[in-house]
Design a protein around this ligand. Structure first.
Ligand SMILES: Cc1cc2nc3c(=O)[nH]c(=O)nc-3n(C[C@H](O)[C@H](O)[C@H](O)COP(=O)(O)OP(=O)(O)OC[C@H]3O[C@@H](n4cnc5c(N)ncnc54)[C@H](O)[C@@H]3O)c2cc1C
Length: 286
């Protein structure tokens, strides 16, 4: 197995262009498990750990541009305010060791339907910055990034440079069902982001379909019927939960049945909407 070790982003793009079969490795918390378990044996590994700029985040054009290698631990410590939903999800990932090594870029690269970053990125309307040596930068909206189980819109010669997330303008929540409280892959998960200026609510469903996905009909319902100055209407909350559950298309597997996941997505949707709405009204009253 060849081991490629670029020290700059330009070198990394050149290495991926010359060796599209090379598997990028960042924290290695997915890649090393797969190699150790013989799930795959790539011809080459492209180690991105020397590329310093991938570990940086900055505000760019009103968006928070989070480098692909920024680990969960730093998202929790440094971005818990502006990226509340993503930071909440990051707190549920693995263990402290995994949160120190694992990155959002790696979560996106793996594109597992159960990845915890995906629902908050969808709910917040994030955009993935991908780049190749031949075609330059490509901005891919999160809801166009996930194409199938562990399949993304990335081309073989592209790398993820960063993800752009607008800082929260309203409450955001992430909720995950697991078989225990820590070190657990989601049975299913749900994220919500209130966008009060646009009178819009964003959603993200995890681990309950072949890809992470938004509940578009549920978002449309709230865009039409939510009164942003009033307490939450219980009937509207119920219909929101039903439409979120209907947007799921899960399978039975070792972690849970499809029927349970559909039910749980409805519960998580109602619950997170109620939490977010309480915060929203509380902020208005303050
Ligand atoms: C014990 C344990 C517990 C875990 N718990 C959770 C959990 O609770 N929730 C969760 O979501 N995940 C969990 N994971 C999975 C893993 O930690 C996450 O998916 C993590 O985000 C991967 O990040 P990484 O930097 O380690 O990625 P890596 O393993 O380095 O890479 C992952 C994938 O992304 C690709 N990749 C990496 N960087 C780039 C790039 N810049 N451009 C293009 N492709 C790239 C790689 O080629 C690979 O396909 C767990 C893993 C372990 C071992």
């Amino acid at each position: 197995m060849d081991f490629l070790r670029p020290t700059t982003w330009e070198e990394a793009l050149a290495a991926k262009a010359d060796r599209p079969d090379a598997v990028p490795i960042q924290g290695g918390t997915d890649v090393m498990v797969e190699i150790n378990m013989d799930v795959r044996r790539p011809a080459a590994l492209l180690d991105l750990n020397q590329v310093a700029e991938l570990r940086e985040w900055a505000m760019v054009g009103g968006m928070c541009r989070v480098g692909a290698a920024v680990p969960y631990a730093r998202i929790i410590e440094e971005l818990g305010g502006p990226l509340q939903g993503l930071a909440q999800a990051a707190r549920t990932v693995g263990s402290p060791q995994i949160r120190n090594r694992g990155s959002v870029g790696g979560n996106l690269g793996a594109a597992s339907p159960a990845g915890d970053s995906h629902p908050p990125l969808l709910a917040a309307g994030a955009v993935v910055e991908a780049e190749s040596r031949e075609r330059g930068v490509r901005m891919i909206p999160a809801d166009e990034f996930y194409l199938g189980v562990k399949r993304s819109a990335l081309e073989p010669d592209e790398l993820i440079r960063a993800v752009h997330v607008r800082p929260a303008t309203g409450p955001q929540y992430f909720s995950k069902v697991g078989t225990r409280n820590a070190m657990v892959i989601a049975v299913c998960s749900f994220a919500i982001a209130l966008h009060p200026r646009e009178r819009r609510v964003g959603t993200g469903i995890g681990s309950a379909a072949p890809t992470p996905r938004r509940a578009f009909d549920a978002e449309d319902l709230l865009a039409r019927e939510l009164d942003w100055n009033a307490p939450l209407d219980p009937a509207l909350t119920r219909r929101f939960g039903e439409l979120c559950a209907r947007a799921a298309a899960p399978i039975d597997d070792v972690r849970g049945t499809a029927a349970y996941r559909v039910h749980a997505i409805g519960v998580l949707a109602r619950r997170t909407l109620a939490w977010a709405w309480n915060d929203h009204l509380g902020r208005r009253a303050a």
